[in-house]
Design a protein around this ligand. Structure first.
Ligand SMILES: NC(=O)c1ccc[n+]([C@@H]2O[C@H](COP(=O)([O-])OP(=O)(O)OC[C@H]3O[C@@H](n4cnc5c(N)ncnc54)[C@H](O)[C@@H]3O)[C@@H](O)[C@H]2O)c1
Length: 382
């Protein structure tokens, strides 16, 4: 069964996804929607898309089966719920919502409507996460008892114009919103751990580092979160008895990225900027993994040998990709879920498990590291 699909929010990030949704063999019609008429017209012309809508209300009144929401992140939860109630399947860029209450409402809305919901978590599909997930399933690591997951994204990374991107996204509200506590955007770290073992976080104790940069982004008197922390570290217990350390750093002398290491009873995986290795009882020497985890230019827009490109539509073969080859898999998993009715990997329950630990971690950091329980909203019902 093919679907009609509409994309809502055709800003900077959505540009990566329009050609992919357009090319997917199970999408029979693509339409675009943005509040900004100039952006909408430019994108429709650039990508050769005939149908456009000027608002979320308008596209939800149309005959689309599914919407892909790539608007500013604080809009995702309410927009996703509006779309689900209008009978549409929903893909949302991260995060799924910005508060525990909102995420709870979102989960209930998915359960009540029975529609497909997927959060577009890129890290879940990264080569090292994909490879570790597969090795874990095969028993190579034994019991994973410790993982360390990082998202380093300094405001002044040379290769990314973070300030420019955020000023476009946040507009006049930049100084109000940019100082968001790092643990309020935790999906890239939590998903690297949960995405390997499937266990979720149950308790957290976290700490924050008070920012000292003169730009004032993390001045609690300036930002809307009254937040002083630019770097936050959480120690979490997991539902399978393991322990995880999660770092969300925004002022860090580092080239940036999402990466993770883990220790199991039989073998361990180490990700450093100098290389990625597996080491353990079954390996006489450290085995370097750079051959299977490094992106191959031109293979599905840049994918690694650890990623199963054979499952992707042939129409994607020469299309651009990004975020470590994840975009092709994100689009394919969502469209296939809509067509089959089966929940995708990063479904709403999983999205809640990626988000809520971070929200509670920030509360813990504000309370000087007090250990707090993490509510769990359960897993897929079918
Ligand atoms: N690795 C990742 O997962 C990753 C990377 C980058 C961005 N993102 C996410 O992508 C999202 C978008 O980021 P961006 O930089 O493209 O932002 P952006 O500001 O460039 O684009 C957002 C667009 O949404 C439109 N919009 C807002 N409300 C709308 C509405 N009601 N109806 C229709 N259109 C509406 C705006 O006009 C704008 O064009 C963010 O939420 C961010 O979290 C995720």
């Amino acid at each position: 069964m093919s679907i009609r699909l509409g994309m809502v929010g055709i800003g900077q990030f959505a540009q990566h996804f329009v050609p992919l949704y357009k090319a997917h063999p199970l999408v029979r019609e693509l339409s675009l929607c943005d509040l900004d008429p100039a952006k909408l017209t430019a994108a429709a012309e650039k990508y050769g898309v005939a149908k456009t809508y000027p608002s979320l209300d308008a596209i939800l009144n149309s005959d689309v089966d599914a919407v892909v929401i790539i608007t500013q992140h604080w809009l995702h939860g309410p927009q996703a719920m509006q779309a689900l109630r209008a009978g549409k399947h929903v893909y949302s860029a991260v995060p799924c919502g910005i508060s525990i209450e909102e995420i709870g409402q979102l989960v209930r809305t998915v359960e009540e409507t029975g529609k497909i919901y997927m959060m577009g978590e890129t890290s879940y599909y990264y080569p090292h996460v994909t490879w570790c997930r597969e090795q874990y399933r095969r028993g190579v690591f034994g019991d994973v008892f410790y993982a360390e997951s990082n998202y380093h994204h300094d405001w002044d990374i040379k290769s990314i114009d973070s300030r420019g991107i955020m000023k476009t996204r946040m507009g006049k509200r930049f100084m109000e919103l940019a100082g968001e506590p790092p643990m309020l955007y935790p999906t890239h770290t939590m998903s690297q751990v949960i995405g390997v073992t499937g266990a979720h976080m149950t308790k957290v104790s976290a700490h924050g580092w008070k920012d000292r940069h003169p730009d004032g982004i993390y001045d609690p008197a300036v930002n809307g979160f009254k937040n002083a922390f630019s770097n936050e570290t959480a120690l979490l217990t997991m539902s399978d008895g393991a322990c995880a350390c999660v770092n969300e750093f925004r002022r860090v002398g580092h080239p940036g990225g999402e990466f993770m290491s883990l220790c199991g009873t039989e073998a361990s995986f180490e990700y450093t900027q100098a290389g990625r290795v597996v080491i353990g009882k079954g390996f006489e020497d450290t085995r370097r993994l750079d051959d299977i985890l490094t992106l191959r230019p031109g293979v599905y827009g840049g994918t690694a040998a650890a990623q199963d490109v054979a499952r992707l539509p042939a129409s994607f073969a020469n299309l651009p990709n990004n975020h470590w080859g994840s975009h092709h898999f994100l689009v394919d998993d969502f469209v296939k879920a809509c067509a089959s009715g089966e929940p995708p990997p990063n479904n709403v329950w999983q999205a809640a498990r990626y988000m809520i630990p971070g929200l509670i971690a920030h509360e813990s950091a504000e309370q000087g590291g007090r250990q707090l329980e993490i509510p769990d909203l359960g897993g897929p019902k079918k």
